[in-house]
Design a protein. Structure first.
Lengths: 416, 416
């Protein structure tokens, strides 16, 4: 086979894997595969088959992470790869699971090509990254990093089943999670492959990209309160219209993000009361979410948001409540590992385009354990978390190719 | 008694009347008195007492309007006065019913003072102006004007009772409404007294004002549709955020009204979907209501609204649906009658301030029959349709004084 035919062939294998496991889903449109369910169990059986085909040794850890390890001495330094098996409700066939399938296929390809690696590789299929079933997530990577708060085991799903009980029912050992913590000295790093979930690679005509950082996030709850009144009898002069104030804030939040290349700012929710056609709105609540790969940029934007909201409230005679309700710092990827990944992409003919990840991933939790890097794969129209989510077999093949080059190039370096 | 003591005394009578009838209400905060109910029946008994005290002859017409007529030949030209007995849910003690009580007391005062009028006066207590129980209103004045569409009798309330059945159960004769039509040649005009429901008189330090016109109304339903996406992964560039577009429209609608002294413009409702904190809004619906005393001003604003919405949709890549869902032309008050009313106000020491009515009133339906004029009474903080609605006894007394001067001055003119 020519070089391109090899890439095409492995891409086709990946597409077949993903199509098959996409059928392991609750009924309904797209893929719905929640953690510690029958669908999860059936998915693990499928992934176990992939891992065994790649000659990996398979076991399920106490936190529900399925681990396929290449044959290597127990003391060998270990490179971690992988992503999550679960999906959102009515999600797609790529988010998460693609990052499990591709490294398994890359290892199978290297095995077939007779390439030996001087380090162990473990491919990890985490149970729960999306946080759909329980109001928590990232149990598997946090267990490895030793950062899991055991209190989350008491959180319950919508049926009232605790996370602990769900894990016990699944045959896991939630009380042994503490033993899973890895010694950072034994871990080379973690490389996660994920669909981009955005349109940047597609716009740039690139199949693959290198992630510079996982953006930090902050969310603010804003409430403007004014005075209602009859839309016919209340003169414009002196109105204290909470929606007019809120509209000004939506405009300014958008302007703020457009003025800063790396900031994303979104008003996702807005409700106006009393909400009748002929009454001035007196009570408007809205949410503002800010994301940036640089915490300083994000925090300055958060401060600007508060200043803007106060100015608007003053000029419209409104009472203002504004509070930051959530924040999560940015997680920069490891620069050395990222440069190494970029070189691997470039060896496949890719530009090695660098971009930030606006969404959170398992890598953000594993960064507490080891250097992390991420590769993004182009997805059609930037769509994710929807049945239409799609990455082409050719792009999957290119990603496997880049992973192989990453591994063989790493083999030629002295691993840290 | 001195002049002021007389005014004070009659104002106190009016306050007592209004406090008493306010107790005829469904349970709950404020006044809830809906048409063709037990509360309506008890209110009619109370108003009948007021009318009889003023030496008026009382009857209930086929449409449920209680009519108190001064003793005069059947063929005498007739001046109509009055307003409505019903309230909104949890409304106040003044809206509507005050315009019934004050002319009755004015006629009682003239009677006591021995003033004879060369025309008949009828005080009308209409059943339903608010349109809370049935999806229609103004049955009484439309019956007099001959403009009632009998089809509305088939409209049902929330319990499924038709308006016809409710009227029959109340002892009325809905099928005889056609006979209520008055001959315009016999009617001098209609004068309605109402609380302002706005803050203009209070700001100007005036107890009373003269209405120039009842504003025309138009309502538009606007829908912007864009594309949703993950608030973290979707770059700002190229977003099609329906809420950013809608916010721009809210701002422009407000600007439009501030740029025109007589226009009132309100976005009363706004909903944004999918409505989650980390997703770009893709579907926003909002309502725009425009009111002006001049139809041309209002219609030009409506056209400007459509132009602005299209410009916003184009610049944000949004699909736009916009439609005018309702309109009602402005109803100018009769200039001769209004000048006469203004002179009466000025004779009481009032400035006779002229202002438009942003809300609709029974007078708008009676304008199809005869010349109409309206007097507004100052209300506290501009609040109406709420339990806090309030007009002072002094202001009620001033209004009665102005009504007496209006009637006696009209008696000295040759009625049309």
């Amino acid at each position: 086979m020519t070089r391109n035919a090899v890439v095409t062939d492995w891409g086709r294998r990946a597409s077949q894997y993903l199509a098959k496991i996409a059928s392991i889903s609750e009924p309904g449109a797209g893929v719905t595969r929640l953690p510690f369910t029958n669908e999860h169990r059936r998915a693990l059986a499928e992934i176990t088959g992939w891992m065994q085909t790649a000659n990996l040794e398979v076991h399920l850890d106490a936190a529900g992470t399925l681990i396929g390890r290449s044959k290597a001495p127990k003391s060998a330094p270990t490179l971690l790869m992988g992503s999550h098996q679960d999906s959102v409700r009515h999600g797609g066939a790529f988010d998460g699971i693609m990052g499990v399938a591709l490294p398994i296929l890359a290892l199978e390809r290297l095995e077939q090509e007779g390439q030996r690696l001087p380090f162990a590789v473990e491919v990890l299929a985490f149970a729960d990254e999306e946080g759909v079933r329980f109001p928590t997530a990232l149990i598997g990577p946090r267990a490895l990093a030793g950062s899991l708060d055991p209190a989350v085991l008491e959180m319950c799903d919508a049926e009232g089943t605790s996370l602990r009980q769900a894990m016990l029912d699944f045959g896991l050992a939630p009380d042994k999670i503490g033993t899973l913590r890895r010694d950072p000295a034994t871990v080379i790093g973690y490389l996660e492959t994920h669909i981009e979930q955005g349109p940047v690679l597609e716009s740039a005509g690139q199949a693959l990209g290198v992630v510079t950082a996982i953006c930090g996030i902050e969310r603010h709850q804003v409430r403007f309160r004014g005075v209602t009144g009859h839309a016919g009898t209340l003169p414009m002069e002196g109105r204290r219209d909470a929606l007019v104030g809120a509209a000004g804030l939506v405009t300014e939040v958008n302007r703020l993000a457009h003025a800063n290349k790396t900031l994303r700012a979104t008003v996702g929710t807005l409700t106006a009361l009393p909400g009748v056609v002929n009454a001035v709105p007196a009570d408007v609540r809205l949410s503002v979410e800010l994301r940036a790969p640089d915490d300083l940029v994000r925090e300055q934007a958060g401060q600007a948001l508060h200043t803007i909201a106060k100015t608007i409230a003053n000029s419209h005679g409104l009472d203002l409540n504004i509070a930051r309700s959530y924040h999560q710092p940015a997680q920069p990827c490891d620069e050395a590992l990222t440069i190494h990944l970029q070189a691997a992409l470039q060896a496949t003919g890719s530009q090695g385009l660098r971009l930030a990840s606006g969404a959170t991933h398992d890598a953000s939790a594993l960064a507490d354990l080891c250097p992390v890097a991420m590769m993004f794969v182009r997805c059609r129209d930037g769509v994710s978390h929807a049945p239409q989510e799609y990455a082409s077999a050719d792009d999957l093949g290119s990603a496997i190719d880049a992973l192989c080059k990453f591994l063989t190039a790493l083999a030629n370096k002295s691993p840290s």
